[in-house]
Design a protein around this ligand. Structure first.
Ligand code: SAM
Length: 288
């Protein structure tokens, strides 16, 4: 694992040391592959990947031909064991379809098993949509929390967003075009004053960042249905005080799908207001 990439014009043909090499690949623009990623892919013995067609295309673009092994974290432990055994004596690269392996992509269980077995693991880092989105959004980035995909079911989505809402950091999620509208509607109900950014199709031809309050973004994306891949970011809690009318609206929304105590707890999490006072208000609203 002591290989240092040779200067670009003097490629080394030496074999790589045995072990697992985590290799980041582009999220759109093929020019974003790193020199080191190309070098590892050129010199490794085999490539473990999510989809052999996707990785086959990338290798073809690079003028490489390698043994490809399909891998996902749900593979049975016997199949994972075969890759672990292979990495004992040869260099195995791990790639995902796009971006950095393990970041909402397969690899965690494989890396864990390699560590348990004492097999060297190293990384050729590169692009990840979470970092690309964060650097473009224009939201505070001294502290951020990456929470993966926004849950797709209504209740889970609402609970996840209200649980994370009070964290003093920019929140970063992966999201899909068809679900963006529903997610913005929940943000608008829970956090109407928070600035939100939608970073779409990063590094691709139609790269776009839309920023604004949730209500404005809802209107924009109603008129311009979002296509392609999306990183969604929510600014940290600011100084803006939430009004009593807004609290009532949040409680009414929460009461539609929750018991009174759960509704109060959810709104308390989202707003930082006192839970007992919210419970009392929720009881009043229920009886109206
Ligand atoms: N491992 C990848 C990484 O490091 O970015 C993420 C894989 S995850 C399965 C795929 C999600 O990442 C997409 O649904 C989208 O939310 C986000 N994503 C990937 N590429 C993107 C791009 N070019 N622009 C915006 N979001 C992207």
């Amino acid at each position: 694992m002591s290989d240092i990439i040779p200067p670009p014009n003097s490629p080394s043909d030496q074999l790589l040391d045995a072990g697992l090499y985590i290799v980041a690949t582009p999220i759109g623009n093929l020019g974003d592959i790193t020199l080191r990623a190309v070098d590892v892919l050129r010199r490794c013995d085999a490539v473990a990947c999510e989809d052999t067609r996707v990785t086959g295309k990338l290798l073809k673009y690079l003028g490489l031909s390698k043994r490809l092994i399909r891998y996902n974290d749900h593979a049975d432990s016997r199949q994972r064991g075969q890759i672990v055994d292979l990495a004992r004596g040869s260099a195995v690269a791990l790639v995902s379809d796009a971006g950095t392996p393990l970041i909402n992509d397969p690899g965690y269980r494989l890396v864990k098993d390699m560590r348990v077995e004492g097999i060297p693991v190293t990384t050729a880092p590169g692009v990840s949509a979470v970092i690309a989105g964060l650097t473009l959004a224009g939201l505070p980035n001294d502290r951020f929390l990456f929470a993966g995909f926004v849950p797709s079911k209504d209740k889970a989505r609402r609970e996840a967003l209200s649980e994370l809402a009070q964290i003093d950091a920019t929140l970063v999620f992966y999201e899909t075009g068809p679900r963006l509208g529903k997610t913005l509607a929940v943000i608008e109900a829970l956090l109407p004053d928070r600035e939100v950014a939608v970073a779409r199709e990063l590094t691709k031809l139609h790269e776009e960042v839309q920023r604004g309050l949730p209500s404005g973004l809802m209107a924009w994306f109603d008129a311009h249905p979002p296509k392609g891949e999306i990183v969604l970011l929510i600014a940290p809690p600011g100084e803006a005080e939430i009004s009593d009318d807004q609290i009532d609206e949040l409680l009414r929304d929460a009461l539609v799908t929750n018991k009174t105590s759960q509704a109060a707890a959810e709104v308390a999490r989202a707003t930082g207001r006192d839970r007992k006072a919210l419970y009392a208000r929720a009881m009043e609203l229920r009886s109206q």
